[in-house]
Write a protein that binds this ligand. Structure first.
Ligand SMILES: [Fe+2]
Ligand SMILES: [Fe+2]
Length: 234
């Protein structure tokens, strides 16, 4: 089976409008990780998962996946989270593209629920998006993609590890909603959590050199080198 968008666009041409608008918006901001490439990977996974589920509404699922991380394109997303911010942005965008209120709300739910925090996925489309997005983290490739997140969030490796290990633990406790996602995971999410925990332990107990900062090399601080924003850390 081919997991392509053509037949969906033929049935519902609004999907192409959302696709092009999403590509434009992510492209303008072009975050290191939460960009259109990430969205394309999630969309492919969502189509693979959806093919094995009953009664999936692709006019909800595809726009939901395309717009699920659009909140990162808003500079103020941290106030309420990129999930809630993204749902608001998406609903504004969809209202201008001839989407009826019920569909806009269903897509909004998918986006608000894709982290499983602001809302819990309650529809099959929201469950598929949640699973597709968690699967991004369920593979060794995520250890490479993690570097892009450190770059995008301008955070230290320690902060990245603390958040990611905590998030993986919550995702593992919750589990996947769909059978296909469980099959694709194949225990990889747990493996990634274990490797992230090993990395944190190594840095904390054996390799402090990975978190050394410029100021650690000086007894007296250098005026031009010390201060807010002068030392981003690893
Ligand atoms: Fe997200
Ligand atoms: Fe995502």
């Amino acid at each position: 089976m081919r997991y392509t968008l053509d037949s969906h666009v033929k049935r519902d041409p609004r999907i192409l409008s959302v696709y092009l608008e999403a590509r434009r918006l992510y492209g303008e901001k072009n975050p290191c990780h939460h960009n259109f490439h990430h969205v394309i990977r999630d969309l492919y996974r969502a189509l693979v998962i959806a093919a094995e589920e009953e009664s999936v509404n692709y006019s909800i699922l595809i726009p939901g996946v395309l717009l699920h991380d659009i909140g990162f394109c808003d500079p103020n997303f941290k106030r309420v989270g990129h999930d809630v911010t993204g749902a608001r942005l998406a609903q504004e965008l969809l209202a201008g593209l001839d989407y009826e209120e019920g569909t806009v709300e269903a897509i909004g739910h998918c986006i608000r629920a894709h982290k499983g925090k602001a809302e819990t996925p309650s529809t099959i489309e929201a469950k598929i998006l949640y699973d597709a997005d968690v699967l991004e983290k369920a593979g060794l490739t995520y250890l490479i993609l993690g570097g892009r997140i450190v770059c995008e969030f301008e955070e230290t490796i320690e902060d990245f590890l603390e958040r990611e290990i905590s998030d993986r633990a919550k995702e593992l406790k919750k589990g996947f909603y769909t059978r296909k996602a469980r099959e694709l995971d194949g225990g990889r999410l747990a493996q990634v959590k274990s490797l992230l925990s090993q990395t944190r332990k190594e840095i904390q107990q054996e390799r402090p050199d990975y978190q050394v900062r410029e100021s650690d090399l000086w007894e007296k601080p250098l005026p031009e080198a010390v201060g807010p924003g002068a030392e981003p850390g690893l």
